[in-house]
Design a protein around this ligand. Structure first.
Ligand code: URA
Length: 432
């Protein structure tokens, strides 16, 4: 039997812990046999001392073993691909990627999370669709992927319960932004979900956990190594979160933008990321296509309406109304206007994310309700040339007071200068 206090002390002193002791600690924590205060102390020791590659794998493997695992490959008789994002502002990528990939004939079954803090969650966005059910049983989830090739649902409580508990603890003990803990949290969920190949969208910038490309590369290398040890193919896309992704930030607003993108009418940066992620998923699938052919097929299904048809079929199957007219609209819409001529040199993702959160689009605590209608639409992005009085952004709010506060905050997120900023692609690097 392990003694948690001893493992905390050994980690605090910089020792590498044996795999079996570490696994026992995590599994005992998941069974409520180790209290939160000891696990929190251990996480803080990891913050200062780190984990070796062997420890990170032992932790990930134990987290996978803490609950049930899915074997979608056997059920579908197909190679299974999955994607995950480390979280950002305006990140509705999965909602556009799923229907495009499914329309190309590759099954897409994904378990997603809710938003916390300034980053939104896919489940909250999907719940902006009237009637949409995110809570399916594992059996319903698997059956839906088999029958219509597409399902996005909340993570079953039976899958990686250790991560659910540990993530909630990390969230309130300043131990979220630790590379091996982020890597094991993400990869344990992907491995338990049964994917053969995984595309990981690692966000970089002030709106993301990883603030620099170097940090994002470090996280990517750790996740790649975890994938390698588990026999899975992993590709990490390092993508820009120095400004919000696309234009819309806020649940119903983001659904609208995802659908426009599925129709081939989305904003350029978001469209590029969606098509690139789809191309990589298709190239990793059992279709036997390369990246260029994957890209061509993704563009084709967006152009010919089959991706939109896949979206509508999916939403109806999960009980939702796919019509954009069904999405709730906020009662107050106010404009943020340019106070000078020039070019947008900066648009802080974090500031826009926090403004959307204050409007009610996100939650500060797990129990907070989300207002699906409110948010921000950034009409001007980095590099847009503007004249005084031009609309930079729209704020969608529940009240005039909330709108006024958000207009001021979003206005402050914009910096307008004389010289165009250095162009920065949405896709910064690929690590594989
Ligand atoms: N996303 C996760 O799923 N886990 C983390 O620890 C951080 C981001």
């Amino acid at each position: 039997m392990i003694r948690p206090a001893e493992l905390i002390e050994r980690k605090r002193n910089g020792e590498e812990l044996p795999a079996d002791a570490l696994a026992e600690l995590v599994l005992a924590y998941a069974r409520d046999e180790v209290p939160d205060y000891q696990m929190a102390a251990w996480c803080m020791a990891v913050y200062f001392r780190g984990l070796s590659a062997a420890e990170t794998f032992a932790l990930t493997d134990a987290m996978v073993r803490s609950g049930e695992t899915l074997d979608l490959r056997s059920v579908l008789g197909r190679r299974v691909v999955d994607k995950h994002s480390t979280g950002g502002v305006g990140d509705k990528t999965s909602i556009a990627v799923g229907p495009i990939v499914a329309a190309c004939g590759v099954p897409f079954g994904k378990m997603s999370g809710r938003g916390l803090g300034h980053t939104g969650g896919t489940l909250d966005k999907l719940e902006a669709i009237p009637g949409f059910r995110v809570e399916l049983t594992t059996e319903e989830f698997v059956a839906q992927v088999r029958e219509i090739g597409l399902a996005i649902v909340g993570q079953s409580g039976d899958l990686v319960p250790a991560d659910k508990k540990l993530y909630a603890l990390r969230d309130v003990t300043a131990t979220v932004d630790i590379v091996p803990l982020i890597a094991s949290s993400i990869m344990s969920k992907k491995l338990a979900g049964g994917a053969d190949a995984i595309v990981l969208d690692v966000k970089v910038g002030d709106g993301a956990f990883m603030k620099t490309v170097e940090d994002a590369r470090t996280l990517s290398e750790v996740m790649l190594e975890l994938g390698r040890r588990a026999g899975k193919e992993v590709v990490c896309l390092l993508t820009d979160m120095g400004q919000p992704l696309g234009s819309a930030v806020g649940n119903a607003l983001e659904i609208r933008e995802a659908v426009e993108t599925i129709r081939g009418e989305g904003p350029p940066d978001f469209t590029e990321l969606v098509l690139d992620a789809c191309a990589r998923l298709l190239a990793l699938s059992d279709l036997g296509v390369d990246l260029a052919e994957g890209r061509r097929r993704a563009e084709a299904v967006a152009a010919d309406g089959s991706a939109l048809a896949a979206y509508e079929r999916w939403v109806r199957t999960q009980g939702g109304d796919p019509s954009l007219d069904a999405l709730e609209r906020a009662p107050v819409v106010a404009e943020v206007v340019a106070e000078r001529d020039g070019v947008v040199v900066d648009l802080g993702a974090l500031a826009v994310g926090v403004a959307a959160l204050e409007l009610g689009a996100g939650r500060r605590a797990k129990t907070d309700a989300v207002d699906h209608a409110v948010g921000v639409v950034c009409r001007a992005k980095r590099g847009t040339v503007v004249s005084v009085g031009d609309v930079l952004a729209e704020v969608h709010a529940r009240s005039g007071d909330a709108a006024a506060a958000a207009v001021a905050a979003v206005g402050d997120a914009y910096a307008i200068g004389d010289e165009p900023p250095r162009p920065r692609d949405v896709l910064l690097d690929v690590v594989s």
